[in-house]
Write a protein that binds this ligand. Sequence first.
Ligand SMILES: [Zn+2]
Length: 248
Amino acid sequence: MSGEERSYRADALILGARPLGEADRIVRLLTREFGKLDAVAKGARRPKSRIGGRLEIAGRVEMMLHRGRSLDVIVSAEERSHRWTALVEPERLAVASLALERVDVLCEPGEPVPEIFDLLDSSLDAIAKSERPHRFVARFSLRLLDLLGSMPPAERCCLCSDMLEDRSWLDASEGGILDAKCRRPHREEIALDPEDRANFAALGRERGAGAAVEARPQAAAAIEALIAHYCARPLRVSALPGYAYGAI
Ligand SMILES: [Zn+2]
């Protein structure tokens, strides 16, 4: 194998990191070209490490990697974003960490998802500039589900396909919105009126005409319920994770 084949470039967002041995770090990346992958940053925990200082959480980094036997090794890194100073503010950091975690949990390793890379990159920029970063959570999460093919329609019952009329209910275990005929009342269902459904649809729309950022409470609750369903386990952000989201 030639040296060229053993090295490759990647445009990467830093999803998280954890320590390896005495001075190294395993960094979880979402690369535009190769999807999610873990790579080793050798010596990154040494105080004077040049590479360590360029691998801040939520950063966008142009890097060169070298194929390793198990994990690839980061040999150089050039920062392409300077979000970290703005993201240190607690509310921004909390929302950025949540976005990083949702992408990590919902994206499979080794599958390129450039649209999700772009969504995460632009959302992190918006979060870093915002005085109200929580307003982005619902839209980001629903756009993520849409790009993963898991956004339910807002105008038809997900079981019988009839048009939804007045009242409807989000049933996360069915992955969609149900009408009165198909509904099986239970504690977790979330009632959605026509305005909530219109807001839900607008939150899921690509940027442009008809897209919304501000979520009505019931639409936001419906999106959170869907995210929890697809993540299929409690999210780690509030607990102390093996991977650190927010502080390497
Ligand atoms: Zn139905």
